[in-house]
Design a protein. Sequence first.
Lengths: 252, 251
Amino acid sequence: MKFLRQSLPSIIVIAVVVALWWVTVVVTESVIFPTPGQVVSGTLELARDGTLWEHIGASLFRVGAGFGLAVLFAIPLGLWMGWVHGAFVTLNPLFQILRPISPIAWIPIAILWFGVGDASPIYLIFIASVFPMIVQTTVGVHTIEKRYLRAAENFGVPRGKLFRKVVFPATLPQIIVGMRIGLGVAWLVVVAAEMIALRSGLGYMIIDSRNAGNRYDLVIAGMIIIGLIGLALDGIMRLLENMKSVRWRYVH
Amino acid sequence: MFINTKIQVQNIRKGFPSDDGRLDVIDDLDFTVGDAEFVAIVGPSGCGKTTLMNIMAGFLAPDSGGVHVDGVLRNGADRKGIMITQQGSVFPWLTVRQNLLFGLPDDMPEREQRAREYAELVGLKGFENNYPHELSGGMLKRAEIARALVVKPEILYMDEPFSALDALMSLRMQNELLRILAKERHTVMLITHDVEEAIHLADRILVLSPRPARIQATFHVPFPHPRRVSRPECQELRVAILKELGVTEPV
């Protein structure tokens, strides 16, 4: 009930936007631009013949693989750079130069190196999501409060335990922030990557719908599905923030 | 009364670089603390009390002089003496139980049992699986004390441990501390700006001078526990200490 009352205004805004869209299309008698009704029936059509699920599955697989590899690479590296000052001063400048390069700019090189299969978009997603996660993890280690490190030093625990019980859990909230950012850009990038030279995925679906007979109902269907899945992915990352062992960072 | 010397602070000096050259914080401090003695240090704010405590606990090295514990020159912090500070340092990402287990070796067979015992000792039974952010300020302080005591340290270094608590809770925690110390032998160093707290708890009170810190006066507190700080002798002592600190009260 409370949820309903809270989300009611946003539901109304969305409904108004959809209604305006619908009225505009009808009033201007547009031939190409679809009404919301046409978008829904187009979506149902794709869902029935199964291609929609294939595209969604292909996009999610690429994001899962690229993002997963980035997590496995970025978190240990970020922890190391955060803990060992020499590693930070050596590697940080390189990452600061690579970080602002849009993943889209990597597309030609990705195709050159990995061809036009799944490896290219996976690589692009990796490149897009790895830097924010390295940076956040490093910042997380750097901002561990001194009083906690001092307490750990006081109890004289072995190095492995220090990492397991202090450094990693103290950094975890920042790691999760990095993962949220990383997954967000990963999802942005997969769509862009699939618009080029691929035969599956939501990005491909959008481009293909336009090229094969101006099916703008499917273009918009693809866009809305991308938005909804992006929202769902972010929702999953937000669930991580609710774990009790990281809540301390957010409650004050 | 305290036959064996536990801690010997020998001619320590400490300064820090500052904008205009050098800031001397501690100037030739020299004193001893007996085994199982409770020594309180009071002094004006900014006089270097915390620096002194950090040197004694081994977190800071003095510029010259040294601290000997059981006759051995201190070189870095260790679990023989555990520090408790005003801010506290209970790990917020671990539950109370996990915090208590932190300092105990993983292969210690009775560690769970020991953690339970100390949670109970400080009155946190039933809260072992709570996270620190679910506890009140007083309970958090109890958790910190339990985490220190569970490793059976010989020395407790307490730097304004109860200052962040309200007056009532601070008094309650002082009584709790006395109750625990009556059960377990510990040497305690306490830094406080609260003269009554020092009289309530300590066997001996050192008054430090303004920076650079020197020992300006030493007071013995010979009264048996439990002490009532409102007793005339305690009040006389309080007036004398405050006078050393440059505060005179209208009579």
